[in-house]
Design a protein around this ligand. Structure first.
Ligand code: PEP
Ligand code: MG
Length: 578
């Protein structure tokens, strides 16, 4: 008999609803016993380690092959694991311990990996700390070879099921038969964990960050995974099950409609064609961007390519080049680093009393010109490969912009001296995300090629509300009339000065606001990849005339609440109520 219904809240990382039976993947975590070896065995032990590296590499290669033939999604994750497995620095660290402490290679490996793991885990950045999971996965891979243990069998799911596990390696996630896996519910991880990224790429509903959820299960229970809200429900009662079944039917038919419309233009009923691009943080997302028919990448957040404050120009160059190749003739807007405050990656950084008002983003770039110039150089080096543009974040006054542009000029002069091929007229734009830019938008427009409105920050700076502080979350009001007025100023100044204006803030991922922005005159959007189809549909169902009417009405309201109520009613017909 089924036990009582249990509901657990996790982080929704891949949309969709899965209802099915739990297949539980046990933790079977391998541990290396501390084993000493004789002095004379050192060389043989290191040869054994090298053989294990070779075998683990072969296994990853096989996974890459399998992965590729089934679905066109990125295999960079597995390639990066393969690189880490073969990393000479790892080999050297293991060798040092085997030679000096006379330990077996698996004991040495665990010691080395534990050190890496701790360092990663302590990093402030969520993205970096989630990479700690990769370290564990690589350790487990090598241990399974060294200890002769077979990995968990994920290839042979007998029937369709929801996979529940404490953690999943990227290889495991990729190896599942897509037809058999209904959804994932995983204890560890966050939005940027690789399981999350791969689940999104495979379009399998997934919830992660469920703590020790898997511990309480035996397998065989009925479970609902809600990849929209992050809820996971074990042993749902009849009423809950019925509700979710009908939700699933609605979503599925809606999804089919969206898929059919992927290649259609983002054109209003009265013939205005708009541009929908995508925001990405990780290269792995580019495939979804292309698949969902985006016109390009309107915001490539580059913070994740930084290690602390330091920058490896070649790594940036390779990442940008790769992105441009995958995009082919679509445009690519690379934003220079926006570190600090919510995107803090800096180890040992001085604590600032008000990080959002402190030395973040472009301010940090100007404080360390050599790092900034190296990033700018990497962007210029790919500028001839396609339609590449560069964007400066967090600009708050004209001096700052001019200083940044003079550094950019120096980079171009250096590149000329070095005889490098680059596009001297590459477009340079700024994020309009500080109210001072909106208020002085005409002056800024005269000195840049485009604006991209960053509502995530614009809302926080206009209303003095910390964007990550839940306590004041109710004051974070994108529909506040003060915010709408600032947005209007930016759009209109852009038009007056004949420069492109786009918006890459989360706000326009919601059709509700996107239509409002259309009415304010915006013709270009950049949204999270999975929001593209819904946004396109909303655009295709509306007229510019309607949008203009909606914007004019909202501008007359005194409060955000009035705008929201009005928008909700007007846009109900655009999208099904779920
Ligand atoms: C914004 O501020 O709206 C934006 C798109 O940038 P980020 O969220 O990266 O600060
Ligand atoms: Mg911002």
């Amino acid at each position: 008999m089924a036990g009582p219904m249990r509901v657990k809240q996790g982080t929704a990382v891949s949309p969709g609803i899965a209802i099915g039976e739990v297949v539980l993947l046990g933790r079977d975590e391998l541990r290396a016993p501390r084993r000493s070896i004789a002095r004379g065995e050192v060389d043989a032990e290191l040869r054994r380690f090298d053989r294990a590296v070779a075998q683990a590499t072969r296994e990853v290669d096989e996974e890459i092959q399998r992965f590729d033939s089934r679905v066109q999604i990125p295999h960079q994750v597995l390639e990066s694991h393969r690189d880490m497995i073969r990393d000479p620095a790892l080999r050297a660290a293991v060798e040092r311990i085997v030679r000096s402490e006379h330990l077996s290679s698996e004991s040495a490996l665990s010691q080395v990996m534990e050190g890496f793991y701790r360092r990663f885990e302590e990093m402030e950045s969520k993205y970096i700390s989630e990479r700690a999971q990769d370290i564990r996965e690589i350790e487990q891979r090598l241990l399974s070879v060294l200890l002769g243990k077979r990995p968990r069998d994920v290839h042979h799911l007998a029937h369709q099921a929801v996979v529940v596990a404490h953690s999943l390696t990227p290889g495991e996630t990729a190896a599942f038969n897509r037809e058999k896996v209904l959804g994932f519910a995983i204890d560890v991880g966050g939005r940027t964990s690789h399981t999350a990224i791969l689940a999104r790429a495979l379009q399998i509903p997934a919830v992660v960050g469920l703590d020790n959820f898997s511990d309480g299960l035996t397998g065989g229970e009925t479970v609902v995974v809600d990849g929209y809200t992050g809820l996971v429900i074990v042993n749902p009662d009849r009423k809950t099950l019925d509700q979710y079944r009908s939700k699933t039917v609605t979503y599925q038919s809606y999804h089919q409609v969206l898929v059919k419309e992927i290649r259609l233009p983002a054109e209003t009923v009265d013939g205005y064609e708009l541009v929908i691009a995508a925001n990405i943080e990780l290269p792995e997302e580019i495939h979804t961007v292309v698949e969902w028919g985006a016109a390009g990448i309107g915001l490539y957040r580059t913070e994740f390519l930084f290690e602390g404050k330091t920058l490896d120009e070649e790594k940036h160059y390779r990442a940008y080049r790769n992105a441009q190749r995958l995009l082919r003739d679509r445009f690519l807007v690379i934003r220079t680093m926006d570190l600090g405050a919510d995107k803090s990656l800096q180890e040992g950084r001085e604590e600032e009393p008000n990080p959002f008002l402190g030395c973040r983003s472009i301010r940090l770039s100007l404080e360390q010109p050599e790092v900034f110039k190296a990033q700018v150089r990497a962007v210029y080096r790919i500028s001839r490969l396609g339609d590449v543009r560069m964007m400066l974040p967090m600009i708050s006054n004209l001096d700052e912009l001019r200083t940044a542009k003079s550094m950019i000029r120096q980079v171009k002069e250096d590149l000329v001296r070095r005889g490098e091929d680059f596009e001297p007229n590459m477009k340079i734009g700024i994020m309009a995300e500080v109210p001072s830019v909106a208020l002085m938008a005409d002056q800024f427009a005269a000195e840049v090629d485009f604006f991209s409105i960053g509502t995530n920050d614009l809302v926080q700076y206009a209303l003095a509300v910390d964007r990550v502080n839940e306590r004041v979350g109710h004051l974070y009001q994108p529909a506040n009339p003060a915010v709408l007025r600032l947005i209007k100023m930016v759009i209109e100044a852009g038009h007056r000065n004949r420069i492109d204006v786009s918006c890459c803030g989360e706000m326009v991922s919601e059709p509700l606001y996107a239509v409002l922005f259309m009415g304010l005159g915006l013709r270009s959007f950049s949204v999270s990849p999975l929001a593209i189809p819904t946004l396109k549909r909303a655009i295709r169902q509306t007229t510019m005339r309607e949008a203009a009417g909606i914007a004019a009405t909202c501008l007359k309201f005194d409060t955000a609440q009035e705008s929201l109520e009005f928008l909700g009613k007007r846009l109900e017909k655009l999208l099904p109520k779920l």
